[in-house]
Design a protein around this ligand. Structure first.
Ligand code: GLA
Length: 419
């Protein structure tokens, strides 16, 4: 259990939260998690994962095309997605051959990945981006096609991933061997991979972000132990491009705010922005709430055929700045009046990002106040609407916005007295 003894002096973060809360008076949010001390993912990971876009149909050509797009396609604000912060290009399930080789190594499917994972990583790296890969902590991955899992091959697989140049690993939790679904065995399996990655890093110098995909299976709360073992952990079942699932994932992730902090993030799953099944308003809500909850921003749509509207959501740098704020605090829910919810996220420099989230079936006004969101008295407040890109100054310390059904208004609020 080496990773469990290898903790950050995380109370530095906690001490800051307590002092900040004392100064501002409210949103007394305290990180309780000791994060894995690998120095990675100090802000939530940003990038792409192919699963929501193509499922089991991943290929080297698709990954390279996606990397090219992130690197080279200029959005309407004049920036590429890479310049807006997207960094990881992640390969999900179905990249491997159905069997290990005679040395027990995992083998990339040569028809799908003619240059292997190493060749694909080299290409992605040549664009200044990073490569992610998927594996499973059980006997086989989650796909019904039965690709090999890493159970009892953790150190060997971790070294192979590092030697290939992998920068990010998503470790799933399907198809456990008998007896491997208990809490102790689950923590042990993920700790084995975490330690394997640390050992591989010592040997090769390759640092790998560790994304735990245990999802609370078997009633085992992932947030209790994952911060000490990985950099992020799935807190929900699979996201889908429909409102009920999106809303349910938001609902499950909100109460977990205290577990998040630099290097340790709740992961309510990947983005569905751009995929059929979500309205434009709902897609914008996913992006807003993921930013407010300091969630990883992993694009899950086919970028080559994405509309300008989709790209403008994904490329909204004002919303991205909320997600990526260096303070690394997950927004906290401060009120919920029958599905009219307000969350407040403290930002470095004294601003607060406030999400007005309307879960209901009808447009409605939502109100909050400076004291409720954790801001002290100020002579005036600057309200920046991060979707309308409009700024309003007001001397009022209570604010009401009208929010469409399933919509989110995201305001960055700056008190005049703050720097
Ligand atoms: C699980 C994960 C998904 C995806 C698939 C791949 O369902 O939760 O995110 O990785 O497996 O098979």
């Amino acid at each position: 259990m080496k990773a469990l003894t290898n903790r950050l002096p995380a109370r530095a973060l906690t001490a800051f939260a307590v002092v900040a809360a004392a100064v501002t008076g409210v949103v007394a949010h305290e990180s309780t998690a000791d994060a894995l001390a690998n120095g990675l993912a100090l802000t939530p990971p940003m990038g792409f994962n192919d699963w929501n876009a193509v499922g089991c149909g991943v290929s080297e050509a698709f990954i390279k095309q996606t990397a090219d797009f992130i690197h080279g396609h200029v959005l309407s604000d004049g920036k590429t997605l890479q310049q807006s912060g997207y960094e990881y290009v992640n390969i999900d399930d179905c990249w491997a051959q159905p069997s290990r080789d005679s040395h027990g190594n995992l083998v990339p499917n040569p028809a799908k990945f003619p240059d292997g994972i190493a060749g694909t990583a080299a290409y992605v790296h040549s664009l200044g981006l990073k490569l992610g890969l998927y594996n499973d902590s059980g006997l086989k991955t989650c796909s019904s096609h039965g690709f090999p899992g890493s159970f009892q091959h953790e150190a060997q697989d971790a070294l192979e991933f590092a030697q290939w140049g992998v920068d990010y690993l998503k470790d799933d939790n399907c198809n456990q061997a008998a007896g491997q679904g208990t809490r102790a065995a689950t923590i042990q399996r993920y700790t084995a991979m975490s330690n394997g990655l640390a050992a591989a890093r010592s040997k090769t110098g390759q640092a790998i972000v560790f994304s735990i995909c245990q999802k609370g299976d078997n009633g085992i709360n992932t947030e209790d132990w994952s911060p000490q073992v990985g950099n992020l952990w799935r807190t929900t079942g699979d996201v889908k491009p429909n409102w009920a699932r999106l809303d349910s994932n938001i609902d499950k992730n909100i109460p977990l705010a205290k577990y998040a902090g630099p290097g340790a993030w709740n992961d309510p799953d990947m983005l569905e922005v751009g995929n059929a099944g979500l309205s434009a308003t709902e897609a914008q809500t996913q992006f807003s709430m993921w930013a407010e909850m300091a969630a990883p921003l992993l694009i899950g749509t086919k970028l080559a055929s994405a509309t300008t509207q989709t790209l403008d959501v994904l490329g909204n740098t004002e919303v991205i700045a909320v997600d990526q704020d260096p303070l690394g605090v997950q927004g906290v829910q401060i009120s919920d009046k029958g599905g009219l919810r307000v969350l407040a996220k403290r930002l470095s420099g004294g601003d607060v990002a406030v999400a007005f989230f309307n879960e209901t079936g009808a447009s409605a006004p939502i109100s909050t106040s400076a004291s409720a969101v954790g801001l002290g008295a100020a002579s005036s407040y600057t309200l920046r609407d991060l979707w309308a890109h409009k700024t309003t100054n007001t001397t009022s310390s209570s604010w009401t916005v009208t929010v469409p059904s399933h919509g989110t208004v995201l305001l960055r609020i700056h008190p005049a007295s703050a720097s």
